[in-house]
Design a protein around this ligand. Structure first.
Ligand code: ADP
Length: 476
């Protein structure tokens, strides 16, 4: 169960994982069905979704929900929770158009979690019952709590943490609105510093915990990365493991990608330059291959460390180099990138919106991909960039540390170097790594080697899906 599902509703990596992991699991013979909220985009994409069950009064407090059953075009069975009063509204998945959280998010995702628990408890009309409820992130964290209180032996539970910084914390009065018993509001329950935390509930009650990379699994057990939940996570370390996300290798493949003007693979990576020209034209930068083009594709949040790049951007473009930035999020960061682009039209372009085609063109057309995240649970973009022969410059954290191998004498000799890694989240450290990348880019032979090392890597879901299957098997 999950609150996003690519391509219809997605704010980031979560929606991608929701669309790709179930397919990989089904290929291994696991009978996975995905439960999602009935956002208009989902219902619109599935006009033939039939009614599967009606939940008029879940726990006596939550709004009525109609469960619809359908299949995605990729053949993944879906359950969709229809409840127009909660899911049909203009705006974002979690916030209104002004970036303010929906005031009823606890009900929107509490209902989703409650329906999951109901399905797991057995609903005659559905005729199918899961042995395991696998929830993802805070939006689904109450499902293990509902199961614990309403149907303790109905199913085993796995809670995957895609980002521990987002916890779904609500006022204590919501306990009653969500139909949880008073005793749940305790230190070994859903209570978190006097409030109700969805993610804490998931971590507390789930049988197994996973995160989306091995390094992040270690990091979130430390004060620096645990966002207050590190103590609880340490206490549950014996059931916590990190499994690296895969990517959708069909949609993100430079040899078949429809959004590119020139497709290519490892044997003809030099022809990727046609995409660089196309990208430069699209974002109105001078068309040239004499300077390296640095690409950024990111949500604008503190996490992503883009302020570090802003701090050194003037120095970087004087190298000379070009920078293209695509993203949306915090308005202050967007304004700074737009100001930079206005002041240096020849060197910097900023596109502030969600733009899938441009995202693909950046992965293919940039020379160097920049991802200076302060923390990064897994990160998909660096895997896309490696696959597209666009070596990434990343900070040594989470999934970035698990996928990017710093270019140095030893790793070059071993044939494993695929990018540039820096340790400290400081502008100076980032600048040094960018300098190394630009210097290496000028050595075309060394650069090709780096590109090919990255392009050879396997980021498919098979290996990770096997680990999830083993985890499920161990649970039942
Ligand atoms: P996160 O989930 O933290 O945002 P990830 O790197 O795991 O970061 O995943 C981000 C996903 O969202 C990628 O598929 C990326 O291509 C996509 N994405 C992010 N911002 C944009 C944007 N402005 N336009 C198009 N795609 C975007």
């Amino acid at each position: 169960m999950v609150s996003e599902l690519a391509p219809w509703v997605k704010t980031g990596g979560l929606g991608e994982v929701a669309a790709t992991l179930p397919a990989a699991l089904r290929a291994l013979g696991v009978d996975v069905r995905v439960l999602v909220p009935g956002y208009p985009a989902v219902l619109h994409a599935l006009p033939h979704a039939g009614a599967a069950a009606d939940f008029p009064h879940l726990g006596g407090v939550l709004p009525r929900a109609l469960l619809r059953a359908a299949e995605t075009p990729a053949g993944i069975p879906l359950f969709v929770v229809e409840c127009p009063q909660l899911y049909t509204r203009p705006g974002g998945l979690y916030q209104d158009n002004n970036g303010v959280d929906w005031p009823d998010n606890h009900l929107r995702f509490g209902l989703l979690s409650r329906v999951a628990a109901a399905i797991a408890s057995g609903v005659d009309e559905i005729g199918w019952r899961p042995a395991i409820v696998h929830c993802h992130d805070w939006q689904t964290g109450l499902a293990p709590a509902y199961l614990h209180y309403h149907a303790p032996h109905a199913a085993r539970t796995v809670c995957s943490i895609h980002n521990v910084a987002y916890q779904g914390v609500f006022p204590p009065r919501t306990l009653q609105e969500l139909g949880l018993p008073p005793q749940a509001f305790a230190i070994n329950g859903v209570e978190y510093h006097g409030k109700l935390s969805f993610l804490k509930a998931g971590i507390q009650y789930a049988d197994r915990l996973t995160t989306v990379s091995p390094t992040y699994a270690r990091e979130i057990q430390t004060e620096a990365f645990g966002f207050g939940l590190d103590g609880l996570l340490r206490s549950r370390a014996d059931v916590l493991c990190g499994i690296l996300n895969g990517i959708d290798t069909r949609r993100w493949n430079p040899a078949t990608d429809d959004y590119l003007v020139q497709r290519y693979d490892g044997s003809c990576v030099e022809s990727k330059v046609a995409n660089k020209s196309a990208l430069q034209r699209r974002v109105r930068l001078p068309v040239t291959d004499d300077v390296p083009l640095l690409g950024v594709l990111s949500r604008f949040t503190h996490q992503k460390g883009l302020d570090l790049l802003l701090d050194v951007a003037q120095k970087v473009i004087r190298q000379p180099a070009q920078i293209v930035v695509l993203g949306e999020g915090e308005k202050a960061l967007a304004a700074k990138f737009m100001a930079l682009a206005r002041a240096h039209r020849e060197r910097c372009a900023a596109v502030i919106r969600f733009d899938e085609p441009l995202a693909h063109l950046i992965e293919a057309g940039a020379d160097i991909f920049v991802m200076p995240s302060r923390y990064e649970p897994c990160g998909l973009n660096q895997m896309y960039s490696l696959r597209y022969g666009t070596p990434p410059v990343v900070r040594a954290t989470g999934g970035l540390a698990d996928t990017v191998v710093d270019c140095n004498e030893r790793t070059v000799q071993e044939g494993t170097a695929n990018g540039f890694v820096f340790e400290e989240p400081t502008p100076a450290a980032l600048l040094k790594a960018l300098d190394r990348a630009v210097t290496t880019w000028r050595d075309r032979v060394a650069w090709r080697r780096l590109q090919r090392n990255g392009m050879r890597m396997d980021f498919g879901w098979e290996a990770s899906a096997l680990r999830y299957r083993d985890l499920y098997r161990a649970l039942i």
